[in-house]
Design a protein around this ligand. Structure first.
Ligand code: CA
Length: 229
């Protein structure tokens, strides 16, 4: 989860920003004082800073400058005056974006998201690509645990998903029902290998055009099942 620090002396504005960002799934800390804000910005790991320009003690210009000397973290400057924004741009303090008060919370959230994703692309590490398996018409997103059949998303139970994924990851390998049961259900599970048959039937109803002529999960009579590549 991305962590954001807001440095803003107007408590109501800070809370509004915090609420909206938290609703969008961010972790948000607020400091109402410039010095404390700067100290935390330098000492702790945040993914983005939102700095108000006019703060008691030390202003947003100075905080921005000092953060930039140490970190590449995105900085979004907030100001009540449009003139100030031209001034900040002119100073080249290294802020990534500028927002004028009053702004709509959704605009702020959109900008935060844009800067975070740009920064993550830049550093490359914190964005983990989803693990996807694609075989003919089946697309399995292992990370999100979602399945699409010919572009249409289908709902699978946990075990159906695990079983389908296991077979699709090991195509052309014939597994007995016992092996599949051991693989997908732990030994303590209540149930038996008939559970495997039931789950295969449910999966086929979702993935196969014609369950009597399976194109994906084949029955190898007297042995078990395999995912046909
Ligand atoms: Ca202020």
């Amino acid at each position: 989860m991305s962590k954001i620090l807001i440095v803003e002396d107007e408590v109501a504005i800070a809370e509004l920003e915090k609420d909206y960002l938290e609703l969008s799934g961010f972790e948000v800390d607020v400091e109402n004082d410039g010095m404390t804000g700067l100290a935390r910005a330098l000492a702790e790991d945040f993914d983005l800073f939102i700095l108000d320009l006019m703060l008691p003690g030390i202003d947003g210009f100075e905080i921005c400058k000092q953060i930039r000397e140490k970190k590449n973290t995105p900085i979004l400057m907030v100001s009540a005056k449009k003139d100030d924004i031209d001034k900040i741009r002119g100073l080249g303090l290294g802020a990534d974006d500028y927002v004028t008060k009053p702004f709509s919370p959704s605009e702020l959230v959109a900008r935060v998201k844009a800067h975070l994703s740009r920064y993550e692309r830049l550093i490359g590490s914190s964005v983990v690509e989803n693990d996807i398996i694609e075989i003919r018409g089946i697309k399995i997103d292992k990370t999100a645990r979602r399945v699409w059949i010919n572009g249409e998303e289908k709902q699978f139970t946990t075990k159906e998903f695990d079983l389908l994924t296991f077979l699709a990851e090991n195509p052309n390998h014939v597994y007995t029902k016992e092996e599949l049961f051991r693989e997908i259900w732990d030994m303590e599970s209540i149930g038996d290998i008939a559970t495997v048959t039931v789950h295969i039937k449910k999966i086929r109803e979702k993935v196969e055009m014609d369950t009597s002529k399976p194109q994906y999960i084949e029955t190898i009579w007297g042995v078990g099942y395999r995912f046909k590549l």
